[in-house]
Write a protein that binds this ligand. Structure first.
Ligand code: SF4
Length: 315
């Protein structure tokens, strides 16, 4: 059996669901109940979680053979990638590598792994098993927040990520969560460092989830998230450099370009779509249906772009 995000299961025709956007990547989850204790995660050791939750999403399980068969069919209908995520568990690396080999031998879709990685040797095993890309999650944007909410050594994790990015250029991703208490300046400086190292960043907005240690914390302010999305887009497109940025008390107040130029560069709306591996749109990973859309899983319509641009200058 393998767990699929609810949206993925619907996309593969394994259940019925009405959604704003279908996933363009198939999200698979291996394992249940993590050895680690991240304060924001329903899979954390001490979380009071319902089974089969990760992030905001529910992950029902299905027979692996049936899932592989449906994935192959979905490829011809535009599915772009498989993302296999896994919790920390004993013997988990070997199981993830075996599952990756099985997926790669049966399917011709690129595979991203978002799994615990402890060394470059372990990363090599995952690449040899068929991963096209590997995500080593930082989640928190500072050492202090990493230690407080994830436990462990931020610098060690960052060094491993940077080392892997040098060994496998263009094949490393990471995830950053906005809204854990970092300043926009802290997140901006880390983004700049990661992008310069050729690492792809998936930006997430913190979502308070029932049963987790942070269930009462507020999600990030929409204006702040829009500023960071715009910054991420402008940096990865090479439109600005980190030296151009101006901050006041940790808040980003200028990208170092004029308002007209900024509107021209952001006017297509792509900055406000989900970021991460190619073809990854993660619908509803951050959003409640009907609530504020942090990461658009599809191209934005003109009024949505106008609203996003208006937010950039709000407090
Ligand atoms: S960016 Fe998307 S496809 Fe890549 S590891 Fe993250 S969730 Fe998976």
């Amino acid at each position: 059996m393998i767990r699929l995000s609810l949206g993925t299961a619907a996309r593969l025709g394994l259940l019925r669901l009405r959604t704003m956007a279908q996933p363009t990547t198939a999200y698979l989850l291996h394992g249940e109940g993590c050895l680690r204790n991240c304060a924001f995660c329903p899979q954390a050791r001490e979380a009071r979680r319902p089974a089969g939750r990760l992030g905001r999403v529910t992950w029902p399980s299905f027979p692996l053979d049936q899932v592989i068969c449906r994935l192959q069919q979905a490829r011809s209908k535009g599915l772009q990638r498989i993302c296999l995520q896994a919790v920390h568990e004993r013997g988990g690396s070997a199981a993830v590598a075996a599952l990756s080999r099985q997926l790669k031998s049966a399917l011709s879709l690129p595979l991203s792994l978002s799994v615990p990685v402890r060394s470059t040797g372990e990363a090599a095993v995952f690449f040899e098993a068929g991963a096209e890309r590997l995500s080593i999650a930082l989640d928190a944007a500072s050492a202090e927040l990493y230690e407080r909410y994830k436990g462990g050594d931020f610098q060690k994790q960052l060094r491993l990520l940077l080392h892997c990015a040098r060994l496998w250029p263009g094949r490393l991703s990471t995830h950053l969560i906005c809204g854990l208490g970092e300043s926009e300046e802290e997140l901006a400086r880390l983004l700049e460092l990661l992008l310069q190292a050729g690492i792809t960043v998936g930006l997430f907005a913190f979502a308070p989830l029932k049963g987790t240690a942070l269930e009462r914390r507020s999600p990030p302010h929409p204006a702040s998230y829009r500023r960071l999305q715009a910054l991420h887009y402008l940096l990865r497109r090479g439109c600005i450099s980190g030296d151009d940025l101006i901050f006041r008390e940790g808040r980003l107040i200028s990208y170092g370009i004029g308002d007209g130029e900024l509107e021209r560069l952001l006017g297509g709306g792509e900055a406000f779509q989900t970021s991460g591996c190619p073809g990854c749109n993660r619908p509803y990973f951050n959003e409640r249906p009907g609530g504020f859309i942090y990461n658009y899983p599809r191209p934005l319509e003109a009024p949505e772009i106008a609203a996003a641009l208006t937010l950039l200058n709000r407090e």
